[in-house]
Design a protein around this ligand. Structure first.
Ligand code: NAP
Length: 454
């Protein structure tokens, strides 16, 4: 069986990769487990040097890696380059900090020795999505492998070439084989791999529905899991916001990766007193964007990931309109030979329940709030809780509101939600649990061992 990668701009098959059979999966588990048995003893200084070397390889070959990303899932080429560069910076960060994050912590007690030491857990299975096919994997891999674990990657089936390429990057950087191992497998095999004794833990990034299945498989045998799931991020525009700035940042965030980002702004909840002005400015920015071939530098946006994904979003938009949403902008495209989609703006009356659905494409859902407090109330109605943003010139009030009243894993004020190596990243409610990045991302996959000597 083959995993096919299809360029969504023209529907052409660009890569074909063999899917592993059961014997090959068994052999991959065995090799990873053996690799861990010696890698766990490696000094963190050596691991740090290897991480730095991965950053160098990424920078050296960034054009070729970016081309693979754009071909497989349609990302605009300059954004693919930026994705590879961001991955390199993440390795720089962990190379500089891993030893500090994993230093023993002495705790003063009556004992001769009482301290925390950190030990890696083992082979961590990473099940990853296609939308940032390098970044999502690297965001998990750098802290997991930097912390002395091995990682086995099951990537999304449409980006198998990226998956293989990332494994080769680790080898080229000097890591022994099987510390980072790609397995191209059907998703029906994942539960069995999770339950295998040689897998110590699982990290999953993807949709909430699949996250539930991963958690169930891990929970059955009490295996550690971290889940980074879907979002429906609200951007609240308060009455005193700088409207030009808010409109610009909101449009930018909604269009990240043609709207196929867990943390791109999805709902815009605007105080009624500035609603018309905001909507006018926001719409004119969205309308100015050019979309088309991801390799044409004059385009701002490439296609969606597949014709199916585009048709699914067309259907969601039609349902919203049928139920009373007002389409401000966006025409339906149904051409079967390409996954292009025109950015769309919908005004949403409160009776339409959009907060339970994640629209994974460039569809802006705009709400009118009676007041700033009402905007926060509407924001919190969602079952998701990944990121959120507030726009206000009164930053003290905005910080107070963010701290006490907004239900999400992160709140950005007067800026767009983004991931940053220095800051923890993750969600609450049905957006998942656990944290990636920063020191917390490393410690998720460590045995935080208490050591006492009387
Ligand atoms: P997805 O359909 O959930 O797939 C994610 C991964 O799970 C893929 O590797 C997929 O493999 C695998 N998978 C699918 N069904 C499975 C099953 N029954 N058992 C085990 N594994 C299974 O998500 P996606 O469409 O790739 O990505 C989009 C979603 O990811 C969005 O919801 C987005 O918000 C979320 N996301 C979240 C974050 C975050 O940090 N919170 C970041 C990025 C994306 P196959 O391709 O082989 O099906």
């Amino acid at each position: 069986m083959k995993a096919l990668s299809i360029n969504p701009y023209n529907n052409e098959v660009v890569f074909e990769n063999d899917v592993l059979n059961d014997n090959e999966i068994e052999s991959a588990l065995e090799s990873s487990s053996k690799a861990f048995s010696f890698y766990k003893a490696e000094f963190s200084e050596k691991r740090a040097r290897l991480l730095k070397s991965v950053a160098d390889v990424l920078r050296k070959n960034k054009t070729s890696y970016a081309k693979t990303i754009s071909l497989e899932m349609g990302k605009i080429f300059k954004d693919s380059l930026a994705e590879v560069e961001k991955c390199a910076s993440l390795f720089d960060f962990y190379s500089e900090n891993i030893s500090v994050f994993l230093q023993d912590v002495n705790i003063k007690t009556e004992f001769k020795v009482s301290k925390i030491v950190y030990n890696p857990l083992g082979v961590v299975l990473a099940v990853m999505p296609w939308n940032f096919p390098f970044w999502q994997v690297i965001r998990a891999a750098a802290p997991i492998i930097g912390g002395g674990n091995c990682l086995m990657l099951k990537h999304a089936s449409n980006v198998s070439e990226c998956a293989k390429t990332i494994e080769n990057i680790f080898i080229e950087a000097g890591f022994p084989e099987n510390i980072f191992k790609t397995v191209i497998v059907n998703s029906s095999k994942v539960s069995n791999i999770i339950s295998d004794k040689r897998i110590a833990a699982v990290t999953f990034t993807g949709s909430t529905d699949v996250g539930r299945k991963i958690a169930e498989a891990a929970g059955k045998i009490l295996k550690k899991s971290v889940l980074e799931l879907g979002g429906n991020d609200p951007y609240m525009v308060f009455e005193d916001a700088d409207i030009d700035k808010a409109a610009d940042i909101c449009a930018k965030s909604r269009l990240i990766n043609v709207g196929q980002s867990c943390i791109s702004a999805k709902r815009f909840i605007v105080n009624q007193n500035i609603y018309d002005e905001f909507l006018g400015k926001f719409s004119s920015i969205i309308k100015s964007k050019k979309y088309g071939d991801q390799f044409d530098d004059s385009n701002d946006l490439g296609p969606l990931v597949s014709v199916k994904a585009r048709d699914d979003i067309n259907n969601i938009v039609s349902d919203f309109v049928k139920n009373g949403a007002n389409k401000v902008y966006g025409k339906e495209i149904t051409d079967k030979s390409s996954a292009l989609f025109e950015p769309t703006i919908l005004e949403i009356p409160e009776h339409i329940k959009v907060e339970e659905i994640e629209v994974f494409g460039p569809v802006a859902l705009v709400y009118k709030a009676k007041s700033d407090e009402d905007a926060v109330r509407i924001a919190n109605t969602s079952k998701f809780g990944l990121g959120s943003a507030i726009f206000s010139k009164d930053t003290e009030k905005a910080i107070r509101t963010a701290e006490k009243y907004v239900d999400s894993g992160s709140v950005f004020i007067n800026d767009l939600v983004r991931s940053d190596a220095r800051l923890p990243f993750g969600g609450i409610k049905e957006s998942g649990y656990g944290r990636e990045l920063s020191d917390l991302g490393v410690k998720e996959f460590q045995n935080i061992k208490t050591l006492v000597c009387a």
